[in-house]
Design a binder for this molecule. Structure first.
Ligand code: NAD
Length: 432
């Protein structure tokens, strides 16, 4: 039987225009390489490559003006051998089943790399959140939650924010789930507001993890964050806090961008002032004391550290050839295509892969879930310390394997993640 390099799409989801650079192709190629390194056979590869469960739902929305529109939502559990599914919920106009499959697969390996007891899952609704009022987004969220209800739960599949969703979205999901069960169940989502069982440190956890791994990667080369310049693509939940934390660590942040464009200042952006500008205007563009630049130009800037923290596939065969940074630390999921990865590796650029670099979010999501299950809350200091310790230990294990086997950090991280999942699968055995 042919390997599911691109699993079947019986639901007729929109095909990606370029299958070579589509997120699912990238995710499947990364898995294939790990399987090759690990020497697994075709049968195990097929088990690891195939999502366990997928649900596609219609999400009818009564708009504020009374008209009705129907959106499409998905939830994919890629693998649940190591524990319940865990993964974000994305609201974006381009969401399709293959993107959700790729993101769910990356969650599987990510949870295994940082050794949290979860499988990998992801959800999405094909909707542009900027085109809807808060009331409409609440109705979409509640209907989507209600439609996927049989799949989720604190022991089944736990949601978190991703692109286009936030703490409020997670509160609506938690409330809808809880009301239907008849009692409050905070552990069905993470990334919630503190008032309903969120965790201290969760809003900045992904970015903290990016900065911990960036610091570790630089130190491996004898360099400190305070000695380098950086550019950050994406100024949302991950990118904005990453830029701020880098700025606080003494890094000269020379450029940032969002979907509207970017800004650049070679002697360093005033990141706190930029955060205020974004709070007021909704975009980094138009920030005083900085020059405009495009997202493509940002990737090619002459900086030491590049943090893609927006969307998938931005570092492809063309843009990767222009990267001048010495270190690329992936805040986003899947920002580098297979061809982009090959080019960066050939050029000796260190890439700290997404499944390690941005795992701080799922680590503190795990802490939030543990706290919710125990109904006992940790201090900010305890969370920060445990996050740092886990990120640095994971980075050290990945780096050691990369050195020992002469492979890239991505190959090493994938090898560790895939091996842990395969071990769990093999020990459990195949039912029936
Ligand atoms: N939120 C988390 O905890 C978390 C954890 C791990 C990984 N991630 C990943 O990080 C990335 C960003 O997620 P987020 O939660 O910050 O989302 P977000 O919606 O808060 O922010 C996304 C940012 O990217 C920008 N953007 C969107 N499309 C763009 C484009 N084509 N070019 C440039 N910029 C663009 C947006 O304007 C915004 O600034 C995603 O890949 C997500 O899967 C998020």
């Amino acid at each position: 039987m042919a390997l599911p390099s691109s699993p079947p799409t019986p639901d007729g989801a929109t095909a990606q225009p370029d299958p070579g650079t589509a997120p699912l192709a990238t995710a499947q190629a990364q898995l294939a390489r790990a399987v090759e390194i690990l020497g697994y056979d075709h049968d195990l590869h097929e088990v690891l490559a195939t999502p366990r469960r997928e649900l596609r739902v219609a999400v009818p929305l009564r708009r504020d003006d009374g008209r009705v529109r129907v959106f499409t939502g998905y939830r994919v559990q890629h693998n649940i051998s190591r524990g319940p599914g865990k993964g974000g919920l994305r609201y974006a106009a381009g969401v399709d089943i293959d993107e959700v499959r790729a993101l769910a697969m990356w969650m599987t390996w990510k949870c295994a790399v940082v050794d949290v007891p979860y499988g990998g899952a992801k959800g999405g609704v094909t909707i542009d959140p900027h085109a809807h009022s808060a009331a409409e987004l609440e109705r979409v969220t509640r209907r989507y939650t209600s439609e996927i209800m049989p799949m989720i739960g604190p022991e089944r599949d736990i949601m978190a924010p991703d692109i286009g969703t936030n703490e409020q979205t997670m509160a609506w999901v938690m409330d809808t789930y809880s009301v239907n069960q008849g009692f409050t169940i905070p552990a069905v989502t993470t990334g919630k507001p503190l008032a309903v069982g969120g965790s201290l440190g969760r809003p900045t956890a992904t970015s903290q993890g990016v900065v911990h791994t960036a610091r570790a990667a630089l130190r491996a080369d004898g360099v400190e964050l305070s000695e380098v310049s950086a550019a950050v693509q994406g100024f949302g939940k991950v990118g904005s806090h990453t830029a701020r934390l880098l700025h606080e660590a003494g890094t000269r942040v020379v450029a940032v961008s969002d979907e509207h464009g970017g800004v650049r200042r070679d002697d360093g952006l005033d990141v706190p002032a930029l955060l205020e500008h974004v709070a007021g205007t909704g975009s980094v563009t138009g920030f005083a004391d900085a020059d405009p630049l495009t997202n493509t130009d940002l990737l090619a800037l002459d900086v030491d550290l590049l943090v893609p923290a927006a969307v998938e596939g931005v570092l492809d065969g063309t843009t990767a050839a222009n990267v001048k940074a010495r270190w690329v630390v992936e805040g986003a999921n899947g920002p580098t295509t297979s061809e982009g990865d090959r080019i960066l590796a050939e050029r000796g650029i260190v890439v700290v892969p997404d499944i390690l670099a941005n795992a701080g979010g799922v680590v503190v999501s795990y802490f939030e879930w543990v706290q919710a299950n125990q109904a006992y809350w940790w201090t900010e200091g305890e969370i920060a310390e445990r996050l740092e310790q886990r990120m640095l230990a994971s980075h050290a294990a990945v780096s050691a394997l990369a050195r020992a086997e002469s492979v890239t950090l991505r190959e090493a991280a994938m090898t560790i993640g895939v091996r842990r999942v395969a071990e769990a699968h093999l020990i459990r055995g195949l039912y029936p």
